[in-house]
Design a protein around this ligand. Structure first.
Ligand code: FES
Length: 242
């Protein structure tokens, strides 16, 4: 049986499984902490810092990222203390300066009363990507192909295919598109082709031999078929017709 600890979140005592993070335990108990770079199927990385909480251990108080911080016996957590809110507002102000027209960031900032960044016009940018690396981690950890990576440093850091060319290892599964928290990755299925322009890739879509629907990229299905040693023709029929 797994060991458990008792901690306090926002003044309420909870029992939690040792090894879980503060974010997981908060979510298990219906306590909402905002996140951008977190996905439950992917190793946490702590990139966006939006999930910060204030913890108290003994007489020490500090701010930590809840997606990375493991629960401990006797830990006291505040998810929305004035210090947390102040810091989160500063983070959102910075994110809004970078992504000044992104709907997700604008919505989150508005929840904290920020309608426009406090930075002067010349310091505002119109990116959609917050460089959280969730697309890169999904491609590596979930799909297992590592078709993209974070390149450059500092303000020039961004997810890119190798050598900034076409992402040759990409199988078109779209995991990057599905996990991106700010919709910075566009994917389109049209006329039998899937396109992900950000990685400069195009894939032929497989047509179901029964209903005729184009349901997944041929490259992705071939990748799965070989990985699991499935017989040729295994994906000729779409999941619905099966
Ligand atoms: S969700 Fe924890 S740092 Fe982004």
């Amino acid at each position: 049986m797994s060991e458990s600890v008792t901690l306090t979140i926002n003044g309420q005592k909870y029992s939690a499984e040792k090894g879980k993070t503060v974010l997981q335990v908060a979510a298990d108990n219906g306590i909402k902490i905002p996140t951008l770079c977190h996905h439950e199927e992917i190793e946490p990385y702590g990139a966006c810092r939006l999930c910060i909480v204030e913890i108290t251990r003994g007489t020490r108080n500090r701010i930590v990222t809840s997606c990375l911080y493991p629960v401990e016996e006797g830990l006291v957590v505040q998810t929305d203390s004035p210090r947390v809110v102040r810091n989160r507002k500063m983070l959102l102000d910075l994110l809004l300066a970078r992504c000044s027209e992104n709907k997700v960031i604008k919505g989150l900032a508005a929840e904290y009363g920020i309608e426009k960044p406090s930075f002067r016009e010349e310091y505002r940018e119109k990116h959609d990507c917050i460089v959280c690396g969730l697309c890169v981690r999904a491609c590596e950890q979930v799909v297992g192909v590592s078709a993209i990576s974070l390149v450059n440093r500092g303000i020039h850091k961004e997810p890119k295919p190798p050598y900034l060319e076409r992402a040759k290892a990409c199988i078109g599964c779209g995991s990057c598109f599905y996990v991106c928290p700010t919709n910075a990755i566009q994917m389109e299925d049209k006329n039998g082709i899937r396109r992900i322009d950000r990685w400069k890739v195009e894939f032929k879509l497989k047509k179901c031999s029964k209903c005729g629907i184009e349901w997944a990229p041929v490259a992705q299905l071939e990748y799965i078929r070989k990985k699991w040693d499935l017989p040729a023709g295994f994906f000729d029929i779409c999941p619905n017709c099966k």
